[in-house]
Design a binder for this molecule. Structure first.
Ligand code: ADP
Ligand code: MG
Length: 377
């Protein structure tokens, strides 16, 4: 990473071997380990993972708010490792909107420009443009105390937008909003990204938010990056059991299975609470270890009566629970000592206690090593 490489092709952000250890009174906290990351211009990147996995810490490192223990960070091809936050040309939006309570909406949005000595005319012009974009024109003279949570969030966004930064950093900006408003604001943020053509980094613990917004998702756990990929790669080809389990709702079914090589392919034996084991085959894979975990998304298990003609494997299983969910019906079956979720059409005839033929789409299956949790196919 050379400081002179500012060019049209430079990445928006590059992090190399980032390590961050917080020294606390008891024991040091290793908040980030060996993080490597490339964010291209115009990308929308989501950091996702459970609480405490290091998402905010990583974002703060990019912003320059948190000094790193070792490694390097470049923004737009320039080494920024030791550059102060105000000189990084970034704008941040936090979960707590951090608005000045005594200032009006307009003053909150233009305050930064005023500090930087930008003239009144230009400030007003930018304020109007951004207020229009965010549909808060009628709120410009109100104070934060006179706004709803969603409106405050818009003002916080407005303050970031008037800066025209190359890079936006968001830390769970929608967490304080109710469910309906979150969905609306999510769409608005996506539109903003499409219109502004800026690079955005977005921290969330909500996997639907990450899937719907991001061009690329970074899944983290315990300060370690687990996988970086497009939403489709993360969803269809999770790199390990943690990612498989974390992304998707209902979660991917993770079914323990015993492997036998049968010469031309592989046979999987899956124990059941009663009756014969379930047997599945895959002719496209060999050399799996003896104990694996077979990953199938709920939509990859179907109702054989409603899905004829597909090249799917069919087997009879007994239905434990039926959960109608409007557009789909979820059915639980017990396989490999686990409740496995099948996502069936609403018109399925499935009923609790029934023996029924299910399809298993082995084209979509993920295999994981039962010992290491790593993806095998
Ligand atoms: P996330 O945003 O993913 O919920 P954070 O990045 O805030 O997680 O925190 C990552 C880890 O670092 C956690 O274990 C947290 O307790 C710890 N941590 C964060 N900030 C500090 C700090 N200033 N001092 C000590 N430990 C911290
Ligand atoms: Mg956080």
């Amino acid at each position: 990473m050379s400081a002179a490489s500012t060019s049209a092709e430079a990445n928006a952000v590059e992090a190399k071997n980032l390590d961050l250890v917080f020294q606390t009174r008891d024991s040091p906290v290793h908040a980030l380990s060996e993080v490597n990351l490339e964010i291209r211009r115009g990308d929308f990147i989501s950091f996702i993972g459970p609480s405490g996995c290091g998402k905010s810490t990583l974002l703060n490192c990019i912003a320059g708010l948190e000094p790193i223990t070792s490694g390097a960070i470049a923004i737009d091809g320039r080494d920024m490792t030791t550059v102060s936050p105000k000189d990084r040309d970034i704008a941040m939006v936090f979960q707590s909107y951090a608005l000045y309570p005594t200032m009006t909406v307009g003053q909150n949005i233009t305050f930064g420009m005023k500090v930087r000595g930008i003239e009144k005319n230009e400030r007003e012009e930018k304020l109007l443009k951004v207020a229009k974009q965010l549909q808060i024109e009628s709120l410009i003279n109100r104070r934060p105390g006179q706004l709803s949570g969603g409106q405050r969030q818009r003002v916080a966004m407005g303050r970031a937008l008037v800066r025209d930064p190359k890079l936006f950093l968001f830390d769970e900006p929608l967490s304080n909003l109710d469910a309906k408003l979150r969905v609306e604001m999510r769409t608005e943020i996506k539109k903003l990204h499409q219109n502004l053509n800026a690079s955005m980094v977005y921290v969330t613990h909500d996997q639907i938010e990450a899937m719907t917004l991001a061009t690329k998702i970074v899944v983290m756990k315990g300060g370690i990056v687990q996988q970086i990929g497009t939403p489709s790669e993360i969803y269809n080809r999770p790199s390990n059991l943690f990612v498989a389990d974390f992304m998707g709702s209902p979660a991917m079914n993770l079914i323990p299975a015993k492997v036998t090589n049968n010469g031309k392919g592989t046979k999987f034996t899956i124990a059941r609470s009663r009756g014969e084991p379930l047997i599945l085959f895959d002719d496209n894979i060999t050399k799996l270890p003896e104990n694996i975990v077979l990953g199938l998304r709920p939509e990859d298990i179907g109702d054989a009566n409603l899905r004829k003609g597909d090249k799917l494997q069919i087997s009879t299983c007994s239905v434990d629970v039926v959960e109608p969910a409007g557009a789909d019906t979820y059915v639980l079956i017990n396989l490999g000592g686990k409740e496995v979720t099948a996502r069936l059409q609403a018109e399925t005839a499935a009923q609790t206690g029934m023996e029924m033929a299910f399809t298993f789409n082995m084209d979509k299956v993920s295999y994981f090593d039962a010992k290491t949790g790593q993806r095998l196919n």
